[in-house]
Design a protein around this ligand. Structure first.
Ligand SMILES: NC(=O)c1ccc[n+]([C@@H]2O[C@H](COP(=O)([O-])OP(=O)(O)OC[C@H]3O[C@@H](n4cnc5c(N)ncnc54)[C@H](O)[C@@H]3O)[C@@H](O)[C@H]2O)c1
Ligand SMILES: [Zn+2]
Ligand SMILES: [Zn+2]
Length: 348
């Protein structure tokens, strides 16, 4: 089969590799019908993720069809259309039982293993461990082009942003960074009855998308960002500030936007320390949350996509075949210049 193989920083190739095969009785093999690229894949290609070594097949998101089933797998059969999520879970360790499979101890000490600790989904086929507890059947009314975004970005915006920030009916919410993850928070914030959703970004195209995805207001980043957002909240600040970029300045912006008693939900992956003004924050009774997505909201999100409440397909702006995967990476890497959000990649 063919797959996108990592060969060290800046190096990748769509090349021949051994076919994906079952190695444990709890495995299945999935033929990949749709995959996509995540910002994390770009970090890996920059050499930022040391655990990813030469020879690793990239990718941690897929929708596909089961072609082989291990003898201990009960819940899935050959031919089933399934969502392969970013997080793999055993279902039995302490973290899985606490609903926190992001830290599943059995699969690797961390639930994110595809394209990280084991071969990933940017391939014609992928071996999926712990299939019974990790895979989701895709309902008939949900297309591959919708389901693919439930593998990572939608659950991330929803779980690490909206749920962790405890958005409640009537709340005012600011989302700093309206990329795929921030837009996913915007798409799902309305489900909890937010009355005002303010998108904040440096990029005009992303802000247009934010309005299309359900933001009520947008603020382009400039010298007066914080004052502009506060002015939209009767001078009080927002109830929930969601950070979806991953820079010190954007977390500080989110922290400056929140009113006393509110929540700052950090989604961004940070690469450097952040100095928070605790001397001002301690007296504000604010909550700061952060974490790796668990993807446990996928069943809820699948139901909402099937019923038409979440138009997940809007996330895909460009489509490529496996043979064009280099172009797909180029477009995704230069997303702002290409008016791109997420790319959809299919076999042909
Ligand atoms: N916690 C998790 O489990 C988890 C999972 C997936 C992704 N992430 C992280 O979430 C973050 C967002 O991911 P994404 O895929 O949406 O990335 P993205 O690159 O598509 O979006 C980032 C957005 O931030 C905007 N931006 C850049 N600088 C800004 C600034 N100074 N102020 C305001 N906006 C600014 C960009 O224009 C872009 O629209 C990343 O840090 C990613 O690594 C976290
Ligand atoms: Zn990802
Ligand atoms: Zn586990």
């Amino acid at each position: 089969m063919k797959a996108l193989v990592y060969h060290g920083p800046g190096q990748k190739a769509w090349e021949d590799v051994p076919d994906a095969a079952i190695t444990e009785p709890t495995d299945v093999v999935v033929r990949v019908d749709t995959t996509t690229i995540c910002g994390t894949d770009l970090h890996i290609l920059q050499g930022d993720v040391a655990a990813v070594t030469d020879g690793r097949i990239l990718g941690h998101e897929a929708v596909g069809t089961i072609t082989e089933v291990g003898e201990a797998v009960n819940g899935f059969a050959v031919g089933d259309r399934v969502l392969v999520p970013a997080i793999t879970k055993c279902g039995r360790c302490g973290y899985c039982q606490r609903g926190m499979p992001s830290h599943c101890q059995t699969v690797g000490g961390i639930g994110w293993i595809f394209g990280h600790l084991i071969d990933g989904t940017q391939a014609e086929s992928v071996r999926v461990p712990y299939a019974d507890t990790s895979l989701y059947a895709v309902p008939a009314g949900v297309t591959n082009e919708q389901a693919i975004f439930l593998a990572d970005s939608l659950p991330t915006g929803y779980e690490v942003g909206v749920l962790a920030g405890k958005v409640r009916p009537g709340d005012t919410v600011a989302v700093v960074g309206t990329g795929a993850v921030g837009l996913s928070a915007i798409l799902t914030t309305g489900l909890w009855g937010a009355s005002k959703v303010i998108g904040v970004d440096t990029n005009k195209f992303r802000l247009e998308k934010a309005l299309e995805f359900g933001a009520t207001d947008v603020v382009e980043v400039g010298p007066g960002t914080v004052a502009d957002v506060i002015a939209l909240t009767d001078g009080l600040g927002v109830d929930v500030a969601i950070e979806a970029v991953g820079y010190p300045e954007t977390l500080l912006t989110a922290a400056s936007l929140v009113r006393p008693g509110g929540s700052i939900a950090n989604i961004g992956v940070h690469g450097t320390p952040v100095e928070l003004p605790m001397q001002d924050m301690w007296i504000q009774n604010v909550t700061l949350t952060m974490g790796l997505v668990d993807t446990v909201s996928i069943p809820t999100l699948l139901t909402m996509v099937a019923s038409g409440r979440i138009p997940a397909e809007k996330m895909g702006t460009h489509t490529f075949t496996f043979g064009q995967i280099d172009q797909a990476y180029d477009v995704f890497k230069n997303a702002a210049a290409n008016s791109a959000l997420k790319v959809v990649i299919t076999p042909a």
